[in-house]
Design a protein around this ligand. Structure first.
Ligand code: ARG
Length: 457
């Protein structure tokens, strides 16, 4: 029978029991539930609501339940509904009626809110570690292979030559911001709902600051109704996950593209590739595809969580029980994707697939325009001249290697012998020393900035 069955004559229908239980998901946070109870009972004893002896019995009993749950010796029945009831009823079985004092001045509503925040604090730390590992592997890759020439694309058409390091740093900054967003969301997660009770507080002389302090939260939530009914901190974390998943997915998509012979920029490590059951030559980038694919469920989690709360009258409603499945999955999935991405970057090899392909390539067209602009021609006119040179070469079935000084001068008298120094891809890359440009000095400057953020942690 349930701990709340005083006003009931019969039990719940079997299908209602199965429909309403949250034990399966909740058991992920039994440690937090027990930690919350230990802090609560200590506070109760300090304000005189339970004696020190009673506290000791309850605390020992809670540790015993913890041990049983860890070892699997205690596998709670779903009739107990959720982790709170599973822990409390086992406690009462072990220590007797005194265990019933634990629920003084609290409710499952503030308990579940507390447990989730404790769970989040722990797992946001794991998520951040996964982001940091990915950031590290990206920076390592910039340092080992960053000086490889590739085209920077716009519209997936070759745009201008860049260092691979410049490209990877764009992702590194995105991951850095994911870490910042996570740290910011943590400020709202790190607050204690404990002692809010059902929604109205309690007539007992509890000390919410004390239980807050014991649990290591930064501060108690001021309003008891807000404490049990709000889930915007959950939305924030899910949103952080959804945004990060977008970054991971874009990066995965590029690995899928780059590992094709058509691009040929990377070869995925064996540990992160799979074969085909029919085509013996295949080496498929499944890890990257799964990272891309799992984005869907992370987005779905955020959508579900927002929708779940949008029509809820204050305060607690059972709808809220649905939040954990989505939240936990979003956090676990995002962390797993970040860890796998870090592994992919650590183990792939980079090929110099483009240096030769970029000789005389039209991705140097901007160089010709910049050359003329540097000589004083308005950029619009310079752009036009360069465009007509592209056409001239294309009409002859070739590229900029066809250009002689005579041909160039037919298009503009400003051209001189030194223009050929501008038509070297690496020179084009190194000339872009503007802040955030692709020059190697800018790449290494950014690596140093990002390494500092990793050292802070
Ligand atoms: N299992 C519930 C949940 O996960 C705990 C709170 C139950 N509160 C209640 N008033 N029925 O949300």
């Amino acid at each position: 029978m349930a701990l709340w069955d005083g006003r009931f004559e019969g039990g719940p229908a079997a299908e209602m029991q199965a429909f309403s239980e949250s034990l399966g998901v909740d058991l992920q946070m039994f440690e937090q539930d027990i930690d919350g109870s230990l802090a609560h009972v200590r506070m109760l004893s300090e304000v005189g609501l339970v004696s020190e002896d009673e506290r000791q019995v309850i605390a020992d009993g809670l540790e015993a339940v913890r041990g049983e749950l860890r070892s699997g010796a205690y596998a709670p029945d779903i009739a107990l509904e959720d982790v709170h009831m599973a822990v409390e009823s086992r406690l009462i079985e072990l220590v007797g009626a005194v265990g019933g004092k634990l629920h003084t001045a609290r409710s499952r509503n503030d308990q579940v809110a507390t447990d989730m925040r404790l769970w989040l604090k722990l797992h946001m730390g794991h998520l951040d570690a996964a982001f940091a590992a990915l950031l590290t592997s990206l920076l390592d890759r910039v340092e080992s292979d960053g000086r490889t020439l590739i085209p920077g694309f716009t519209h997936l058409q070759r745009g201008q030559p860049i260092w691979l390091g410049h490209h990877l740093l764009a992702y590194a900054w995105m991951i850095h911001r994911d870490r910042q967003r996570l740290a910011d969301a943590l400020k709202r997660v790190d607050q204690s709902p404990l002692g809010a009770c059902a929604m109205a507080g309690t007539p007992h002389p509890i000390d919410r600051d004390r239980s807050c302090e014991l649990l290591g939260f930064a501060s108690p939530i001021e309003n008891a109704m807000d404490a049990v009914a709000s889930r915007d901190h959950v939305h924030e974390v899910a949103a952080v996950c959804a945004i990060a998943a977008t970054h991971l997915s874009r990066m995965a998509e590029e690995l899928v593209l780059w590992s094709t012979p058509e691009f040929g920029v990377v070869r995925m490590g064996e540990g992160y590739s799979t074969g085909s059951s029919i085509m013996p030559q295949k080496r498929n980038p499944d890890a990257a595809e799964l990272v891309r694919g799992k984005t869907g469920r992370v987005y779905g989690g955020l959508q579900a969580l927002l929708t779940m709360v949008k029509g809820l009258p204050l305060a607690y409603n059972r709808d809220l029980q649905e939040d954990r499945e989505q939240l936990f999955d979003a956090v676990h999935t995002t962390a797993a994707c970040a860890r796998i991405s870090a592994g992919m970057w650590r183990t792939l090899t980079v090929n110099d697939a483009y240096t030769a392909r970029l000789e005389g390539d039209f991705s140097l067209a901007t160089e010709l325009a910049d050359y003329l602009a540097a000589k004083g021609l308005p950029f619009r006119d310079a752009h036009h001249v360069s465009g007509s040179l592209v056409k001239w070469c294309e009409d002859r079935g070739g590229n900029f290697k066809l250009l002689t000084l005579d041909v160039l001068r037919e298009h503009s008298p400003l051209f001189d012998e030194d223009v050929f120094g501008w038509l070297i891809p690496t020179a084009a890359v190194e000339r872009r020393t503007s802040r955030g440009g692709t020059a190697w000095s800018e790449v290494t400057r950014q690596v140093a900035l990002l390494r500092e953020t990793l050292a802070d942690a």
